[in-house]
Design a protein around this ligand. Structure first.
Ligand code: MG
Ligand code: ZN
Length: 382
């Protein structure tokens, strides 16, 4: 009996010292249901499934900014022609409200251009922005401002960005603008001619720039893909807040901002758990900055989700707090439900289980856009 008590005490001591409950999270603001959002910040952690979120949280002293989001849902990620989406079809579903084929950028299965939420926001007088840790012509951001039958048409996607004139842009891929193979145009120069404040990594650091919020702004963070966080990339949290702040001053009608933690997916493809966790925690820092911005005002809806999970990642037995053992089942994307977190006015719309295309519809509803003008009719996936 005595021995049993000692064993029990030892067990409890072990349990209590190893599994501290999290500190109470910062105040979660709940809005009157149905309140419209003037601004929307959509944050996509490419390839960030529940295992990725959990691993990052346990590595980060059991805390993650997502704990402050009052409404949580799940979306069905499948695309038009595949049970498992790629980032192009996944982002097109969010951006345009249509299920399309893998590799499609802002087009329906018959390759017809479909208006995106970013484009509609712009037509409504709102400012628009894109902040990513990939090239800015990569599939996820491109699906919001471009319309191309294939995601690899990077130089054509760059031309679409020239036409769309997104107001605030931060990401890599300067070479697709000033070292073009399809034509001899120098789009980097043309952006300046269009009135952009045009900057790049080889000229000036981002936080050394005095930005005029009434003039469009573009900053290239690399010639091709930006470095990973482990190799010194550090701009995502700063640029996300800078973007929100810039856009809130750029138009009185509000804004749409897309933020992507692009490289969580890449470390999933390469099955590198520790580096994947670093990318997810960088994205978490961006979420924190955006939440700071949104919680100081009452007009900004923040949505965090992923296009799909990557790697079929698991948290293995033997894992400990701050020391997570990961394992992967594939180098590709997987088909599990993907979590959605929402904070701010109309956040309640995002609770439940729904198709990825519903995120587009819910964002339109949150903005209060007229249903009668919704041209994008959801097609049923195969
Ligand atoms: Mg992506
Ligand atoms: Zn991927």
């Amino acid at each position: 009996m005595y021995e049993k008590k000692i064993l029990l005490s030892l067990f409890l001591l072990f349990f209590l010292t190893n599994c501290k409950s999290p500190e109470p999270s910062a105040e979660t603001k709940i809005y009157t249901p149905g309140k419209k959002a003037k601004n929307i910040i959509l944050m996509i952690g490419d390839g960030m499934g529940l295992a990725q979120i959990t691993a990052a949280m346990y590595t980060n002293k059991n805390r993650i900014a997502l704990e402050q989001f009052p409404y949580i849902g799940f979306h069905k990620q499948h695309s038009y022609n595949d049970l498992i989406t790629d980032s192009a079809a996944g982002a097109t579903a969010f951006a345009c409200g249509v299920k399309t084929y893998n590799n499609a950028i802002g087009v329906s299965p018959d390759t017809v251009a479909v208006e995106s939420i970013l484009e509609e926001a712009k037509l409504q007088g709102k400012a628009t922005g894109v902040v990513v840790t990939s090239i800015i012509v990569h599939a996820t951001p491109a699906s919001f401002y471009a319309h191309q039958p294939l995601r690899v048409f990077y130089e054509d996607i760059a031309l679409d960005l020239m036409d769309e004139e997104v107001d605030f842009v931060v990401g890599g891929g300067k070479a697709y603008f000033n070292q073009r193979k399809n034509d001899n145009r120098n789009l980097y120069f043309e952006l300046t001619e269009k009135g952009y404040q045009t900057y790049s990594f080889d000229e000036k650091t981002m936080n050394g720039i005095t930005i005029n919020p009434s003039q469009n702004f573009i900053y290239f963070t690399s010639n091709y893909q930006p470095p990973e966080i482990e190799s010194g990339r550090n701009y995502l949290p700063y640029a996300s807040l800078l973007g929100a702040d810039f856009l809130s001053k750029h138009s009185e009608e509000g804004f749409f901002l897309l933020v992507e933690g692009s490289q969580i997916d890449w470390r999933g493809h390469s099955n590198e758990g520790k580096r994947m966790i670093k990318e997810t925690l960088d994205f978490n820092n961006a979420i924190k900055r955006v939440l700071d911005f949104a919680s100081r005002r009452d007009d900004t809806l923040v949505i965090v989700t992923a296009d799909h999970e990557t790697g079929g990642m698991a948290i293995q037995p033997g894992s400990k707090m701050r020391k997570i053992e990961t394992a992967f089942t594939t180098n590709n994307h997987t088909g599990t439900l993907v979590p959605v977190f929402a904070f701010g006015p109309s956040a309640e719309l995002f609770a439940g289980i729904y198709d990825n295309t519903e995120i587009y519809k819910k964002m339109r509803e949150a903005y209060g856009f007229d249903d009668a003008v919704a041209k994008n009719i959801d097609n049923t996936a195969k």
